[in-house]
Design a protein around this ligand. Structure first.
Ligand SMILES: Cc1ncc(COP(=O)(O)O)c(C=O)c1O
Length: 397
């Protein structure tokens, strides 16, 4: 039976075949990818590595070299928990601020209370492809002399005030891992306009181990590309489910990127605008249909921004209704995700006293959020089935 995966990227077998020579022979696919992606974002420099987390790590190492006396990095308490691993590895300390229940992104008022002259960097994360309002955050960074390190890993192609996200901060990290707008199964890209930072990041990257060149990467990427197609996903779900990551990682291994993955990414980049357009169409249709329900919360769209719907996040005021919708969508052939069910301060011990909860909005959203798929393999009928499930639940109230 056809089933819609939570996330998917249209990678063709031709894309993978085109990358094959780079799996075995040295070439310049990484340098070309870096040039092409920097141009796409509208910045001067790009560095490819094995993970978005590694791109964050390199950015932090560079910032630490430029401002050695500062030791703290601020994250929103509701985001990808593993960002803290890069902060630890860079020898820095994670500080958290709350999110806004209106946008599900970093709340500037909470941020203002937790920055200090010791803040090296603030990391606004554009969750689910919805750009954060950056004007106030940038001002707060300036007031304490902190860098703004954007995380648009889920927002490749999104725009804010006429500029791509990722071009607003001192540096930014993108990810090419499994759940992203384009993916090569793993990969990360750091972008910046800052020459000094680029030099420092390049030096730090030279210290990283190279990624191995072998058959495994093309095979894994082929399996991923096939498994994320609705027909295969449905047929092999019980097998695929084992590979869905459900645990929070305690470690990450930074390394360089592979020529093979870079060659495939170069094939995907020309399709990016089309993929983004399909996501916006699907995401907006669902957003417009669901925003009328007062038992749901959807993220407000920041004026002047264009979200790209890496997913459509919906927060249920009533947890029981979340469970019902999740189950009904599954019965209707739609897989959903609960990203991330706990805020960072409840996952890692960062020295916060959690009673009373220091970041209640983050906890509220984490416990009640369901992400709906919005990838290019979805048809108008799939979107309609999702909307109908919500309609039915609404009618039973
Ligand atoms: C917002 C965000 N930042 C950073 C990352 C880390 O990227 P990677 O898994 O490539 O290290 C992710 C990946 O899930 C993410 O969603």
């Amino acid at each position: 039976m056809r089933k819609i995966p939570t996330t998917s990227v249209p990678i063709s077998l031709t894309d993978i075949m085109a990358g094959l020579p780079a799996a075995f022979f040295s070439g310049d696919s990484q340098a070309e990818l870096e040039r092409t992606f920097a141009k796409y974002i509208g910045v001067k420099h790009c560095l490819a590595v094995n993970k978005g987390t590694t791109a964050l790590y390199l950015g932090l190492l560079a910032m630490k070299k430029m401002t050695p006396h500062k030791t703290e990095v601020v994250l929103p308490a509701y985001t990808v928990p593993t960002l803290t691993l890069a902060i630890n590895m860079a020898g820095l300390k994670t500080r958290l601020c709350d999110i806004s229940p209106d946008t599900f992104n970093m709340d500037p008022e909470s941020l203002e209370k937790c920055v200090s002259p010791n803040t090296l960097a603030v990391v606004p994360v554009h969750m689910f492809g919805f750009p954060c309002a950056l004007t106030r955050i940038r001002e707060i960074c300036r007031n304490v002399g902190a860098f703004m390190l954007e995380d648009p890993a889920q927002a490749m192609g999104a725009e804010l005030d006429g500029k791509k996200v990722g071009a607003h901060g001192d540096t930014a990290l993108f990810s090419l891992c499994k759940g992203k707008v384009i993916s090569t199964y793993f990969g990360g890209l750091a972008v910046t306009d800052n020459d000094e930072m680029t030099l420092l990041m390049r030096k730090a990257r030279e210290q990283l181990p190279p990624a191995p060149r072998n058959w495994a990467n093309p095979l894994i990427l082929t399996a991923f590309a096939l498994a994320m197609r609705p027909e295969v996903y449905g047929a092999l779900y019980s097998l695929i489910a084992r590979y869905k990551s459900t645990t929070v990682h305690e470690h990450f291994r930074p390394s360089r990127y592979t020529d093979f993955q870079a060659a495939v990414a170069l094939r995907l980049l020309p399709k990016l605008d089309e993929i983004v357009a399909a996501r916006i169409k699907t995401g907006q249709t669902m957003y417009d249909a669901l925003k009328e329900y007062n038992w749901l919360m959807l993220p407000q769209i920041v004026p002047g921004s264009m979200p790209i719907y890496n997913h459509l996040p919906v927060v249920f005021k009533d947890k029981e209704r979340l469970r019902l919708v999740e189950e009904m969508l599954w019965q209707n052939g739609i897989d959903t995700a609960r990203m991330y069910q706990h805020p960072i301060h409840q996952i890692y011990d960062l020295g916060y006293n959690n009673n009373p909860d220091p970041f209640p909005n983050s906890t509220y959203v984490a416990e009640r959020l369901l992400t709906l798929p919005s990838h290019p393999y979805m048809t108008a009928a799939d979107v309609e089935r999702i909307i109908t499930v919500f309609k039915r639940i609404d009618q039973t109230l």
